[in-house]
Design a protein around this ligand. Structure first.
Ligand code: COA
Ligand code: AMP
Length: 638
């Protein structure tokens, strides 16, 4: 008998041990756990203590050897190189085992870190799975980050080996990765012993003798290796995400809890069965890519699509529908920004009708708030459930969603629906008291969090406590604010920190401010996220110049734009800044970023009671109008 959401949710909160022990039956264990939940050192909770398993075995070998050998595990679809390649579970096992052999021959073993800096090619999941096979810890860095960001991650993770490629392809631009990798290693204080480079036909990278190894050569001569059992509590990967400073946070994922959660979500949240084709149109550099391009679909025995392209321009706004119909995709997961891009190019959705989408069952959106317009457009054009669900790098899977495999709740536009089993979501005020239904507060999760959620930050237990656990004792602080309605639907409205979401990519405005303030002519600066029709938000900089600087403002703006591109990367999409005489501040000197953002977005704002000099705000509005913002600035409301 299928159990109701209420029944599952209640058990997950009242008796998490029984709930997750049952879910753990979906995983093959080398040794079963001694304790389902070790809660002896809160807020450090550990799932399946004493258990041993191998995540790669669960994602690959058990399917390759268990009746799915001929089933496609990965379909690589690359409109930018005009390539389609199908990799069966049997092929995948062979390629992963041999690449694990390459890594082992370079000295990689249990607990060693391997950084993976690759575009969306099959070598990315193969390298991740090869690390998992060896019990090594991978850390994938998104290709759109600049060498400086890569260097920061190298210094923190201290990898023995880095795996990269000669290039990535952005629509029709070839981006050489190897010079960026070389520059990052040059900048980093920690030096990896070896690099493995996958040479793509578009660019041949120069290899550094004695350090760099050619992927194809090394794999050809490598001995395949078997899966190494690791502790359930051992780290599977580190994924860096933006924190409130330029220093990213290394989110740690364990092996056991993660595997259990990934498997459980595929049926219960996405209603997908083994053997079906599941497509997360994201990038392996993000958590969505880790969880739903690689681990969850493979652990569940599905076929996953590795797509190297964009929703538009590769070649047109019909590419998503082409991929869905050609590969018989049942479920698509992407960010709302992808749909805004498609809607902009094909407002009527005319291209949808030119493909057979009869096997397409559901669309899931996450990464940023789904605006009701985009949701409605997708619903009416696709005629399938369109599900907004809310999650974070830290959580690995949805905190709130509409669990199609359990029961489908009516969709309320603007809400990510209800807390998923395991996630005891509360809305609290600064005193850590629950607010009334409908009132906005901080979104927090009662501890312990379910399996899959981060156990800590890499080498930074103290920062883990300070960033997530100290402000609301007994709860995990999500960093998001929102409200819950009378039907337990959760509405995620905004971040409470300096994180902004640009095209579904999480970025820190604080990190951008660090770059701007390093410009020789800049005395003070602020960066805020302003509304953007396509990307949801884009960063906008305010610069106050040092006294006596007589240079052209436009030159300085150009330079700071270039600095952010070089130091953080093109993914930051930092393209605009404005020079102002001064910044609005409180009397205690805190910059009023929220007010500047509201002015830019032409939203009504309250004159902050603590503002030092109210006369600055019209100056800010004037400067913003020069960039096309604050057009019908509502001014200070009551
Ligand atoms: N390697 C190198 N550069 C990269 C890159 C990569 N892997 N990924 C992105 N970039 C560059 C882009 O080329 C672009 O550079 P530009 O400023 O020179 O144009 C910049 O980083 C910003 O990229 P992006 O955010 O992708 O913007 P876009 O304008 O190229 O495309 C969308 C906009 C909406 C089509 C695109 O963001 C998209 O497809 N989003 C899908 C959602 C998604 O993947 N979300 C992830 C979390 S689910
Ligand atoms: P990331 O860690 O990159 O996945 O980004 C996580 C952040 O993206 C969250 O803290 C939210 O601010 C935002 N986010 C993700 N999904 C949603 C959603 N469905 N609705 C609103 N915001 C979301």
């Amino acid at each position: 008998m299928t159990r109701s959401y209420d029944d599952l949710f209640r058990q997950s909160i009242d008796d998490p041990t029984a709930f997750w022990a049952a879910a753990a039956e979906g995983i093959d264990w080398v040794k079963r756990w001694d304790t389902v939940l070790d809660a002896s050192k809160p807020p450090f909770y550990r799932w399946f203590r004493g258990g041993e398993l191998n995540t790669c075995y669960n994602a690959v070998d058990r399917h390759a050897d268990g009746g799915r050998g001929d089933q496609p595990a990965i379909i690589y679809d690359s409109p930018v190189t005009d390539t389609i390649e199908t990799i069966t579970y049997r092929d995948l096992k062979d390629r992963v085992a041999r690449f694990a052999g390459v890594l082992r021959s370079l000295g990689v073993g249990v607990g060693d870190r391997v950084i993976i800096y690759l575009p969306m090619i099959p070598q990315a999941p193969i390298a991740m799975l090869a690390c998992a096979r060896l019990g090594a810890i991978h850390s994938v860095v998104f290709g759109g980050f600049a060498p400086n960001e890569l260097a920061t991650r190298i210094n923190d993770a201290k990898p023995k080996v880095i795996v990269s490629a000669s290039c990535g392809i952005e629509v029709n631009r070839v981006i050489a990765y190897k010079p960026m990798l070389d520059q990052a290693i040059e900048l980093a204080t920690h030096k990896p012993e070896r690099c493995v480079i996958f040479q793509r036909p578009q660019v041949t990278a120069e290899l550094v003798a004695g350090r760099d190894v050619d992927w194809a050569d090394a794999a050809a001569g490598a001995a395949p290796v078997e899966c190494v059992p690791v502790a359930a509590t051992d780290p599977l990967y580190i994924l860096y995400t933006s924190g409130t400073t330029g220093q990213p946070k290394g989110v740690v994922r364990d092996n056991g809890g993660h595997a259990v959660a990934m498997r459980w979500t595929m049926k219960h949240i996405y209603n997908v069965d083994p053997g079906e084709v599941y497509w997360a149109a994201s990038d392996v550099g993000w958590v969505v890519g880790h969880s739903y391009i690689v681990y969850a679909p493979l652990i569940h025995g599905c076929t996953t699509v590795v797509f190297e392209g964009k929703p538009v321009g590769t070649p047109d706004a019909g590419v998503f529908w082409r991929v869905i119909s050609q590969h018989k995709v049942g479920t698509l997961f992407t960010a709302p920004t992808a749909f805004r891009a498609i809607k902009r190019e094909d407002p009527e959705g005319a291209l949808i009708g030119t493909y057979d989408l009869s096997g397409f069952r559901a669309l899931f959106l996450a990464g940023e708030r789904s605006d009701p317009d985009t949701l409605r457009w997708a619903e009416t054009r696709l005629n399938v459930p369109v599900i907004d669900h809310w999650w974070q790098t830290e959580t690995a899977w949805a905190i709130c969603g509409n669990p199609l495999g359990v029961q489908k709740f009516p969709v309320k536009h603007g809400s990510a629906t209800k807390p998923m089993p395991g996630w005891n979501v509360r809305v609290v005020n600064p005193e850590n008291e629950e607010v009334k239904r409908g009132d906005i507060g901080a979104l927090v999760v009662r501890l312990p969090m379910p399996p899959g959620a981060l156990p800590t930050l890499w080498n930074a237990d103290e920062r883990f406590i300070n960033a997530y656990m100290s402000e609301y004792p007994g709860y995990y602080q999500t960093g998001d604010a929102g409200f819950m309605d009378d039907d337990d639907y959760v509405y995620v409205m905004t971040r409470t920190d300096d994180i902004i979401n640009v095209a579904g990519h999480r970025l820190s405005t604080g990190a951008m401010e660090e770059v701007l303030s390093a410009h020789k002519d800049v005395a003070e600066c602020a960066v805020v996220g302003v509304a953007d029709d396509l990307k949801g938000q884009v960063p906008l900089g305010f610069l106050v110049l040092k006294a006596g600087v007589a240079r052209d403002d436009a030159d300085i703006v150009r330079e700071v734009v270039q600095m952010v591109r070089e130091q953080i990367g093109p993914v930051a999409a930092f393209k605009q800044a404005v020079v102002v005489k001064r910044l609005p501040k409180t009397r205690s000197g805190k910059i009023l970023r929220g007010t500047m953002q509201k002015i830019a977005d032409s939203k009504e704002y309250k004159m902050p009671a603590t503002i030092d000099d109210p006369a600055i705000l019209p100056e800010i509005a004037e400067a913003l109008r020069s960039l096309g913002y604050a057009r019908d600035s509502a001014g200070a409301g009551a």
